[in-house]
Design a protein around this ligand. Structure first.
Ligand code: SAM
Length: 282
């Protein structure tokens, strides 16, 4: 008989995954980290009991948080990733030849070490890329203290619990905005609004006064239960979310990136929001 791990992120709702094999289960300096194998999703990493990434569906999340802002911007050289310890986001960002430098700020070195060891399908050789500047510290402290500027900032964080809580604050978003180059884009992991409505609402409440264009876009990631998840979108390039299909197709062709979920059509459609989400971001 299978052993089961049960996740309870959303109040009275529980999601259970069968465990074929546990690869790691221990407390890091910052959180509880478990990596195990599941028949359907392959290797899964959970932090403090919440699924972070799975081999099977990680491409959806990582492609949509990386390629949407980078291709919309069109001339990205410098990228800041906050969080993202599994390396999947880094791998997608590095696929863009225009990117000269990626600073990745992760609070928990153990997540990186264990991902390199047990999740090579997700991070590939990304941590060995010479364009990477890896900083082990709290993302909020980093943006408070750095004088560097970026074309795209990607917040690939845990949910607003434990170490991730500071990455959902007004202070953090305001500092991120100050770290953007002219025309830069900030994108954020904002959970599944069907279950985590207040999280998206609060992020957009902070985005609206500081960005000319503040909204979210969506994608369905099977392991994040409850329908499509939302990614916060903030930029001073008004109208960037409505970039034309022709422009996106040309940039995508030029980038020569092989994707499993991202297409220019999906990119544009991701900004079409259902009524219940429109009300949260208004
Ligand atoms: N796809 C994911 C999800 O489920 O939302 C996010 C994955 S990634 C593993 C999240 C990373 O954010 C973790 O490695 C965690 O250590 C990191 N993190 C959490 N709080 C942080 C902080 N304050 N500064 C930097 N990194 C942080």
């Amino acid at each position: 008989m299978n052993k089961w791990v049960t996740e309870g992120l959303h109040g009275d709702l529980r999601t259970s995954y069968g465990i074929k094999k546990v690869l790691f289960d221990n407390q890091t300096e910052h959180q509880n980290l478990v990596i195990y194998e599941n028949e359907i999703y392959g290797r899964i990493m959970a932090l403090d009991g919440v699924t972070q990434v799975t081999e099977r569906d990680e491409f959806i999340y990582h492609e949509m948080l990386a390629h949407v802002p980078i291709l919309a911007h069109g001339a990205v050289q410098r990228v800041l990733i906050i969080g993202g310890g599994d390396g999947g986001m880094l791998e997608e960002v590095l696929k863009h030849k225009s990117v000269e430098k990626v600073t990745m700020v992760e609070i928990d070195r153990t997540v990186i070490d264990l991902s390199k060891e047990h999740l090579p399908m997700i991070c590939g050789n990304a941590f060995e890329d010479p364009r990477l500047d890896l900083v082990i510290t709290d993302g909020c402290q980093f943006v408070e203290n750095t004088s560097e500027k970026y074309d795209v900032i990607i917040v690939d964080s845990t949910d607003p619990i434990g170490p991730g809580e500071v990455l959902f604050t007004n202070n953090f978003y305001t500092r991120c905005k100050a770290c953007l180059r002219k025309g830069g884009v900030l994108v954020t992991q904002n959970g599944v609004p069907f279950h985590q409505a207040s999280e998206l609402k609060s992020t957009l409440r902070y985005f609206r006064p500081i960005f000319a264009e503040a909204t979210c876009y969506m994608a369905s990631v099977p392991t994040y239960v409850g329908g499509a998840m939302a990614f916060g979108w903030g930029t001073d390039q008004q109208g960037l979310k409505d970039i034309s299909l022709d422009v996106l197709e040309a940039r995508f062709r030029r980038a020569q990136i092989d994707t499993g979920y991202y297409t220019p059509e999906v990119h544009r459609a991701a900004f079409a929001l259902p009524g219940y989400v429109q009300r949260l971001v208004a």
